[in-house]
Design a protein around this ligand. Structure first.
Ligand SMILES: [Zn+2]
Length: 326
């Protein structure tokens, strides 16, 4: 089943499928953490299933479903970015490998082994090297019969326009807060409200945060508070360097944005880090507005340049110093 907030997208796709109007290539786009990947995989199984139910979902027990669940369906490929084979970094650069793409092209071009559709799902498709994107284009221009490719991306603007224009776009959005909170409640997520705020409303990211990353945020907050009182701790920089950079930088960006809000709107400003209002207010009282915006831009650029190799400890030492000097 797809998530409660994806019903509209699911029904639209099923309707088009029924009317045999479904495009050969779909682009699932929308913010990270709203379940695009899960919906794409659900769709792949549904399309391959030999006896889908009335709502179009896979039956779960036919031969095709068994193979799909075992990860051995011969007419199905799932591609996702992977780190370099030799990388020992805590934050390796992830890319979609050309070899995996070639294997996918072959699978889509060959005759279906089970006599039905051939389906490929490409996750984080924007992490594809240019050369790979060009070869993908060829497949999109000459799709075989009974093939479906689902291209998934949270940053579709990074995909070449030639690829985007050959896919039917299915948009996924941040669900209503009430719907997201209800779902998080059913998952038994602790601190759902704070987690959802930190995830900017994306329910899966909120759950992931609460289950896996809450402690990391605590370490970041401790590092910021200690830097705030004039103590740049090398130890903290070392610890932060070992943690997932994407998460940390995005939290820090929110943290600095909150500070900017307090400085421009005042004490009533709505904050992402609502649970840390007191600490932020104390920092805002002696912060320089232009420096706050400068640091905001600096962090934003670091997030954008995700693939660039930086010495992680130096990065965090610099950021903590910048925070202290605001
Ligand atoms: Zn089935």
């Amino acid at each position: 089943m797809v998530y409660p907030w994806q019903q509209r997208q699911w029904q639209l796709i099923m309707q088009q499928r029924q009317q045999q109007r479904l495009a050969h290539a779909l682009l699932f786009q929308g913010p990270a953490g709203v379940g695009k990947k899960q919906c794409a995989i659900e769709l792949a199984q549904a399309v391959l299933c030999l006896q889908p139910d009335a709502s179009g979902y896979a039956c779960g027990h036919c031969d095709a479903c068994h193979l799909f669940k075992a990860g051995t369906h011969p007419d199905y490929r799932l591609l996702a970015p992977t780190p370099p084979a030799t990388s020992a970094s805590a934050n390796p650069v992830l890319t979609i490998k050309i070899d995996a793409l070639r294997d996918m092209y072959r699978a889509l071009a060959e005759t279906s082994q089970l006599g039905g559709f051939r389906v490929a799902v490409i996750l984080d498709a924007d992490k594809m090297p240019m050369q790979a994107a060009n070869s993908l284009l060829k497949t999109l221009e000459e799709p075989g019969n009974d093939t479906l490719m689902v291209v998934v991306s949270s940053h579709p603007q990074r995909l070449p326009v030639t690829i985007r224009s050959r896919c039917q776009v299915i948009r996924f959005q941040i669900p209503d807060t009430a719907v997201a909170l209800e779902w998080l409640g059913k998952c038994g997520t602790n601190g759902a409200q704070t987690a959802l705020k930190l995830a900017h409303g994306a329910p899966l990211q909120a759950r992931d945060f609460a289950e896996t990353h809450a402690q990391e945020r605590e370490i970041l907050i401790k590092a910021l508070i200690s830097a705030q009182s004039g103590e740049i701790s090398i130890q903290y920089a070392q610890k932060l360097a070992q943690m997932p950079r994407d998460y940390l930088l995005n939290w820090l960006l929110d943290w600095v944005s909150d500070l900017g809000r307090l400085l421009t709107i005042g004490a009533d400003a709505a904050l992402v880090n609502e649970d840390q209002r007191k600490v932020l207010m104390a920092r805002a009282r002696r912060a320089d507005r232009s420096r706050v915006f400068g640091l905001h831009d600096q962090i934003y650029e670091l997030i954008r340049a995700e693939g660039i190799a930086l010495n992680p400890q130096l990065l965090w030492e610099n950021l903590l110093i910048s925070w202290e000097n605001l």
